[in-house]
Design a binder for this molecule. Structure first.
Ligand code: G6P
Length: 362
């Protein structure tokens, strides 16, 4: 059928969509670049962020994970206070709002019912709204005041990959634009750094065999797996764990390295796989320490390390990208590891049991 044709030579949409990420990144750069070569969002969005004293990001699943990375950008690059909420929680447990909130809905499909319910509520309260979506014309896009598009092309696999990196890229561009508008000096050239990210993504996508081997070595027998990170790496490992559990049904948990000793370390047995992501200088040493702690208790550890934090002996080193943008590259190995783990276990990669691509019930 039509869907099979679109898959081309790929066995699964998920693998195709993972591979499309460099292309999507370049497309986003093109779409958000103005004549002078600056990254810009449209005037209405810029004004809406400028008028707000706090952003409230509302999302579910993978989009929520992208929102967590987005918060990091908005606060560190643009200096805009930002909160990130799970839509279904927010709808009955609304926090105390600031005076001039802007609500930012992140939704690949633009149809997620839990997000829509919050949108309806906050519109009733008279608050401005922005939707970041891959689907022009979707409900959340039509009903919000403003829209930013992901330009990722249709995402068919239930497990989201290219939409996640597209969401992060668009949030980074929004942050850069707001920072420029406020006259904040950036310590990096965003256009150049995002172009470098696209190249790094290409390098990672060409390393499939390495990640297939990791999936074989660490995940073929196991019932569970842990992923640890600190700072922004914590957000990425939450997504890593979600990818793995969604499609391979291995029980997976992503958590903050410092929390290990407060509970999860009790679950470490001989051979338990623990993946550590290390890309941020100020926490790299601590995360290495955490990996040693679990290794000493028998865990089968695997460190994925950024270029600038690599030490002799590190086996899985990411291509060089600016530390701000590391999530755009560091998630790809985990997407591939999840893909191959599911494949080796004979799971239905594109259509995992019990899950839907877009959830239109609350
Ligand atoms: C479903 C999908 C997830 C997705 C989530 C949010 O649970 O299976 O992959 O992250 O919905 O979807 P959205 O379209 O709002 O980003």
């Amino acid at each position: 059928d039509a869907a099979d044709i679109e898959k081309g030579t790929y066995p699964h949409f998920m693998l195709k969509e993972i591979d499309e990420q460099p292309l999507v990144m370049r497309r986003i750069i093109q779409q958000y670049k103005d004549e002078s070569g600056k990254l810009k969002v449209d005037e209405g969005v810029r004004q809406a962020v400028k008028a707000a004293d706090r952003l409230y990001i509302i999302a579910c699943g993978t989009s929520w994970h992208a929102g967590l990375v987005g918060k990091q950008f908005l606060e560190t690059i643009a200096g805009v206070p930002t909160e990130v909420h799970i839509a279904s929680e927010f709808s009955y447990n609304m926090p105390l709002l600031s005076e001039r909130p802007l609500f930012v809905f992140i939704s690949q499909s633009g149809e997620t019912a839990d997000c829509r319910s919050v949108l309806v509520d906050v519109k009733q309260l008279g608050h401005p709204t922005l939707t970041i979506t891959n689907s022009p014309g979707s409900t959340l896009s039509r009903e919000a005041d403003h829209t930013l598009l992901l330009h990722a092309g249709p995402e068919i696999a239930v497990a989201s990959t290219k939409a996640y990196t597209a969401q992060i890229a668009v949030l980074s561009i929004l942050s850069v634009d707001v920072a420029n508008g406020k006259g904040r000096t950036l310590t990096f050239d965003p256009l150049q750094e995002l172009a470098i990210v696209a190249n790094a993504m290409e390098v990672l996508c060409a390393q499939k065999d390495d990640y297939e081997q990791i999936a074989r070595d660490y995940l073929s027998e196991t019932r569970n797996a842990f992923f640890i990170g600190r700072a922004v790496d914590y957000y990425v490992v939450m997504e890593a764990a979600l990818k793995l559990k969604e499609i391979s049904y291995i029980q997976a948990e992503g958590f903050a390295g410092g929390e290990l000793k407060h509970g999860t370390i009790a679950l470490i047995e001989d051979g338990t796989p623990v993946f550590g992501l290390i890309t941020q200088e100020h926490v790299a040493g601590h995360l290495r320490g955490n990996l040693q702690e679990v290794a000493a208790r028998g865990a089968n550890t695997c460190a994925i390390v950024s270029h600038d934090q690599a030490r002799p002996g590190d086996q899985h080193v990411l291509p060089e990208v600016h530390p701000h943008f590391s999530p755009l590259a560091s998630v790809i190995p985990f997407q591939l590891i999840a893909y191959y783990a599911a494949l080796h276990r004979g799971c239905d990669v594109d259509k995992p049991r019990n899950l839907a691509k877009s959830v239109t019930v609350e």
